[in-house]
Design a protein around this ligand. Structure first.
Ligand code: GLN
Length: 518
């Protein structure tokens, strides 16, 4: 742990370095995410269903690759170098998106400029961002854990502060990047995401001394010695990552036609990304089953089984949750009266509501958990996850009701969406930060890094599921680029009701299974 001289407000200074790095990384990630689908759909570059699928596969890859980035950092690179390298890829990717955003445009389905080169730049940029997140995100989180010694009571509050940083970044970028992208120019919005990521990286370079030796390579000498063709392991990893980026660039745009499966998926082919993710998930389960037969103690086994169940369940939660960047944004765009307090918010800006709720709810929840602990009423991990699913289901119920009952203008009020976000984020608060803490508490020590990667891998499944579920809510404009608002709202009412039942049913099942798991 850090010495007392290197502290600020009762936490190691390194925490604030990580906080700022992850804040700007999420600023770039979520600003881009708020814009991506709107950009593709408003310029008629992609049909809505294809847009939600791309969003799902891209974000899915961005959450699957941390498994690899975490492993490489553990074994070879160390976290600090991994964060630096990932950050550079992220900046390049965001700038590539800026190029696409200004090159491929259109106002109606007929005049859309589906410039082949610009679209390829987009896929390549998404690949750069995916690989960049893979190197940066798991490792910046692991550094936070390493700043505290094993029994340091400040660890949990350190993670709470860190999770706030994530959401401060998401909140600011939803307000600023989305507005600039939608109002001034898509390219400028994407570019701002890149510029702020670059500043975050410079901040990391200046602040990295505060990480002391908590994030250095396991074996610096081995890393620097030539291993192949005169290249050191370090350079081989960097070059390998670039090759991986090229592979991901292709994977992102490859679809496979599995006949009957395609029909089952409403005519949307399986993406290669999905195949890759399923293979990674299967490998994880195989590893897990082997581990169960490797002579762990009873309590170690129990903890790991519980953790795998929680991680698996989280995929369904994220599958519903991530509708916020898909159909929720499109509903805000097409069917919502977005003026409150005399300000007309853009559709992309509505994604800021979720992050704002996380920031606001962090304080009461930080206060609530220890209180519940004292009275012995603190729900178990599975019960908390079940509540997460229930809140998530309820939020869809709220939005379904709003869509079914539009106001005088024929559109729904933004206030319904604010309420839906508030309920959804109640679910996030009992599941997401709790999940991170569950990983560090329930995992056997030598597998914590891997289990952190597994946690994000199931966020990847969530993103992929979200892309698929999102296709249910796809609706196409007429030749002039206009939508039938009433038809769109009727569709949202229907689809969101179904999503509500999915959340509630899954939550109820998990409640029933809770005594068993305990
Ligand atoms: N919103 C959180 C983040 O960006 C959690 C996302 C997730 O695990 N799917 O880090």
């Amino acid at each position: 742990a850090a010495s007392a001289q290197d502290e600020l407000f009762g936490h190691p200074k390194g925490l604030y370095v990580c906080f700022m790095t992850e804040m700007w990384e999420r600023f770039a990630f979520y600003g881009m995410k708020a814009l991506l689908l709107l950009y593709l759909v408003k310029h008629h570059l992609f049909a809505q269903a294809d847009g939600t699928l791309l969003l799902g596969t891209y974000a899915g890859l961005a959450y699957a690759l941390p498994l690899l980035g975490g492993l490489l950092a553990d074994r070879y690179l160390g976290m600090r170098k991994a964060v630096l390298f990932g950050g550079i890829l992220l900046v390049l990717g965001q700038l590539g998106m800026a190029y696409t955003g200004s090159a491929a445009t259109g106002t109606t389905p007929d005049n859309a400029v589906r410039d082949g080169f610009a679209i390829q730049v987009m896929y390549f940029s998404l690949a750069l961002i995916g690989v960049g997140v893979g190197f940066l995100k798991p490792n910046i989180s692991t550094i936070v854990g390493r700043l505290y010694s094993a029994d340091d009571p400040r660890r949990d509050s350190g993670f709470t502060i860190f999770y706030m940083g994530i959401n401060v970044g998401a909140f600011l970028s939803s307000l600023i990047v989305a507005w600039i992208g939608e109002k001034i120019g898509w390219g400028y919005g994407f570019a701002l995401a890149g510029v702020m990521m670059a500043l975050g990286l410079i901040q990391f370079v200046i602040g990295q001394k505060h990480l002391h030796n908590h994030a250095e390579p396991a074996d610096p000498v081995m890393l620097k010695t030539a291993a192949f063709a005169g290249l050191s392991r370090e350079w081989l990893i960097y070059l390998g990552a670039l090759v991986l980026t090229v592979v991901v660039w292709q994977v992102l745009q490859t679809r496979i036609d599995f006949g009957p499966l395609t029909a089952l998926m409403g005519g949307h082919q399986v993406t290669l990304t999905e195949v890759v993710a399923v293979v990674m998930g299967a490998a994880l389960y195989v590893w897990f089953v082997k581990l169960m037969f490797s002579g762990l103690s009873r309590s170690e086994k129990g903890g790991m089984i519980m953790l795998m169940v929680l991680i698996t369940v989280s995929a369904l939660f994220w599958g519903l949750y991530e509708q916020t960047y898909g159909p929720w944004v499109l509903m805000a765009e097409i069917g919502m009266d977005r003026t409150t307090f005399g300000i007309e918010w853009t559709a992309g800006q509505t994604t800021a509501i979720g992050a704002l709720c996380v920031i606001l709810f962090s304080f009461p929840f930080a206060w609530l958990w220890p209180k519940l602990d004292k009275t012995g009423l603190n729900p178990s991990y599975p019960a908390k996850f079940a509540w997460g699913l229930v809140f998530c289901g309820l939020s869809f119920g709220i939005l379904a009701f709003a869509a079914a009952n539009p106001g005088e203008s024929g559109k729904t009020s933004l206030w319904w969406m604010i309420l839906a976000y508030a309920v959804l984020v109640m679910g996030e608060m009992v599941l997401s930060p709790v999940g991170l803490s569950a990983v560090t508490r329930l995992s056997i020590p030598r597998a914590v890094g891997l289990m952190m990667g597994a946690w994000f891998l199931f966020s990847a499944f969530g993103e992929i599921i979200a892309g698929r579920l999102g296709t249910w809510a796809a609706i196409e404009p007429d030749a002039a680029g206009k939508y039938d608002v009433a038809a769109a709202l009727a569709l949202y009412a229907n689809v969101f009701t179904n999503m509500m039942w999915i959340g509630l049913a899954a939550g109820a099942l998990l409640f029933l299974a809770t005594p068993l798991l305990k």
